[in-house]
Design a protein around this ligand. Structure first.
Ligand SMILES: Cc1cc2nc3c(=O)[nH]c(=O)nc-3n(C[C@H](O)[C@H](O)[C@H](O)COP(=O)(O)O)c2cc1C
Length: 200
């Protein structure tokens, strides 16, 4: 492949995907039909706890993140697992039909899960839109913008005097001179070739 980064030019947005009991940041969202109740798909990594939850639930929601979103929301939902951290403890939400929507968003789409397709790494959940609202009519954040600006947005601070490796996909920090053999990001699952060394 000459340059796979062209895939970053597929315009995707930034969302908090929520379901009963958890949620995470996603960008892999598509509208796949039109009409009053369009179908919307979201691809969720199998090693995310949210995937496990979605298999037990019949609804998911997508809160659309704007350019003005507090980056803490991205850190909380995209760089932690609900298995270890209660992401909703420090995030203001509003419940709609039992699912939590993120208040610091442009609005939400609530879907009823109608189908799912598994591949090796992800499950594609397909939902039918059953409720939706706009909170703020502002510009959405694109995944491309996040990728280009994540250092500034997340202002990663490494401990002085320590070498750290940063995951260029999700921002996870690994402290140590070298990454272990066969290392994979514990948060987003990418392999070590996608880590960048930060010497401080
Ligand atoms: C910018 C960004 C985009 C992401 N996109 C996706 C995605 O489309 N699908 C996915 O499954 N995980 C995606 N993730 C990773 C999850 O949000 C992350 O692994 C999260 O910690 C999982 O939490 P959980 O274990 O509570 O489900 C993304 C993370 C970031 C920071």
């Amino acid at each position: 492949m000459k340059n796979k980064k062209i895939t970053r030019k597929i315009t995707q947005g930034m969302y908090v995907l929520t379901t009963n009991g958890g949620g995470c940041i996603v960008d892999a969202v598509s509208q796949i039909s039109t009409g009053d109740n369009p179908y919307i798909s979201v691809a969720v990594m199998k090693n995310n706890y949210t995937n496990e939850l979605l298999k037990k639930n019949n609804k998911f929601a997508l809160s659309v993140l704007g350019m003005n979103v507090d980056p803490e929301i991205i850190k909380t939902f995209g760089m932690n697992s609900m298995k270890k951290v209660d992401k909703f403890k420090k995030t203001e939400t509003t419940e709609v039909e039992g699912i939590k929507m993120i208040n610091d968003s442009l609005g939400y789409m609530l879907c009823e899960i109608v189908d799912s397709i598994d591949n090796d790494t992800h499950t594609l959940f397909i939902g039918k839109l059953i409720q939706a609202d706009i909170y703020q009519d502002k510009a959405p954040m694109s995944y491309g913008y996040y990728q280009e600006n994540k250092d500034e947005l997340l202002k990663v601070t490494t401990k002085k005097g320590k070498t750290a490796w940063i995951c260029t996909v999700c921002g996870y920090l690994y402290y140590g001179e070298e990454l272990p053999e066969e290392f994979k990001c514990p948060i987003c699952g990418v392999d070590k070739t996608l880590f960048k060394k930060e010497e401080k």
